[in-house]
Design a protein around this ligand. Structure first.
Ligand SMILES: NC(=O)c1ccc[n+]([C@@H]2O[C@H](COP(=O)([O-])OP(=O)(O)OC[C@H]3O[C@@H](n4cnc5c(N)ncnc54)[C@H](O)[C@@H]3O)[C@@H](O)[C@H]2O)c1
Length: 337
């Protein structure tokens, strides 16, 4: 299946095909210098399969985990390209999850003011969400995605077979973003996850999630309006993530927790039960004040007000703004100590 993301001059295709990793050379222009970026948690064979199809591959394996979304790793990627004589006509290929995608996409965005970027996402989270839409970033001072750029891909290649090696908890992590999209836009997808066996429907979940993200990004490439809906669960989720970094919760797990306070009572029950079915956390055991502090550092806070997405009914959303003091109360009530 091919989805075309229509963004004028920045348009690109997303190819979803079992076994497509071995055909990367057919779908991507690898007949030039290619910086392949992966991490040491991604089975090395995936990047090697891609490297074999490149004319001049240079492979970098960064350390797995959020800490690689840093200035020092960015410098390593850019220096490697410089030392290997990369020019503006060469390209970067990410073979990994959202960390590798965000980091290497940002390197592609800033190296020589922007070179081609291909993404081959290998986690469910990156296949349903982070591999499309052009958001690239690194973290700074413990805060997520503070330094970044919009840099659309040249093409995205999704081979669902790579998920066979992904641990169960990482599958659940990706399901959180799919549940987020279903809750705000797609009642049918939500019901499918709610009523049917999740593993048997992974291809369907990937395709439907991508269709939702595609439609949203096409309306609002640079997050001036509609795209903020994709932040459902992220206002509190990013706060938890900044604070919880030390405690080891994954991005999708933080988003899962972040969705719980931001919906109507009857919706909350359904979301909690779907999150539990997917193997995601639904309660917190730490100080809500710390999360509030982290949330107010986040980019969604605006003076003494905060913007967030609220789900009144499954498949719909409202964009809301509230005073920070009320927001603190909401966090406290949703996660009683
Ligand atoms: N750009 C965007 O629009 C966007 C959207 C959502 C999230 N994100 C970012 O994505 C990041 C999270 O991405 P993630 O959840 O993919 O985490 P990740 O990239 O850290 O990958 C999770 C783990 O799985 C391992 N792994 C990857 N593929 C594997 C495979 N096929 N088999 C076995 N192990 C594998 C990795 O080594 C890593 O240890 C966060 O930094 C978040 O901010 C970006």
């Amino acid at each position: 299946m091919t989805l075309s993301l229509n963004l004028g001059a920045n348009s690109y295709d997303i190819i979803i095909e079992h076994g497509s990793l071995a055909k990367a050379g057919k779908y991507l222009n690898l007949n030039r210098k290619i910086l392949i970026v992966t991490d040491d948690g991604v089975p090395a064979v995936y990047a090697d399969i891609v490297a074999k199809q490149c004319k001049t591959p240079i492979k970098i394996t960064v350390a797995q985990g959020e800490d690689s979304k840093s200035f020092s790793t960015l410098e390593l990627l850019c220096k490697t390209m410089l030392e290997n004589g990369f020019t503006r006509t060469d390209a970067v290929v990410a073979v990994g999850g959202g960390v590798v995608g965000d980091l290497s996409g940002f390197a592609a965005a800033v190296f020589m003011r922007g070179i081609d970027f291909y993404n081959i996402p290998t986690t469910l989270l990156s296949e349903v969400d982070s591999s499309i839409g052009g958001k690239t970033a690194i973290n700074l001072g413990g805060f997520k995605n503070t330094i970044g750029a919009f840099h659309q891909h040249k093409r995205v290649l999704i081979d669902p077979d790579v998920l066979k090696t992904l641990p169960k908890r990482q599958i659940a992590n990706g399901l959180a973003e799919a549940i987020k999209m279903a809750a705000t836009f797609d009642q049918e997808l939500f019901q499918k996850i709610e009523r049917e066996e999740i593993d048997a429907n992974l291809d369907y979940i990937i395709e439907r999630s991508l269709m939702i993200k595609k439609a949203v990004v096409e309306c609002d490439e640079k997050e001036a309006g509609l795209r903020r809906v994709l932040n459902f669960g992220h206002t509190i989720g990013h706060g938890i993530e900044s604070y919880e970094n030390l405690h080891g919760l994954y991005h999708g797990e933080c988003v899962a927790l972040g969705m719980i306070p931001m919906c109507a009572e009857n919706v909350r029950k359904r979301i909690i039960s779907v999150l539990e079915k997917a193997g995601l956390p639904t309660s917190l055991s730490f100080d809500p004040e710390r999360i509030y502090e982290a949330v107010t550092h986040d980019k969604k806070a605006d003076g003494d007000k905060i913007h967030f997405i609220y789900v009144p009914e499954i498949g719909t959303y409202e964009m809301k703004t509230t005073a920070l003091t009320d927001f603190y109360q909401t966090i406290k009530e949703a996660f009683p100590q």
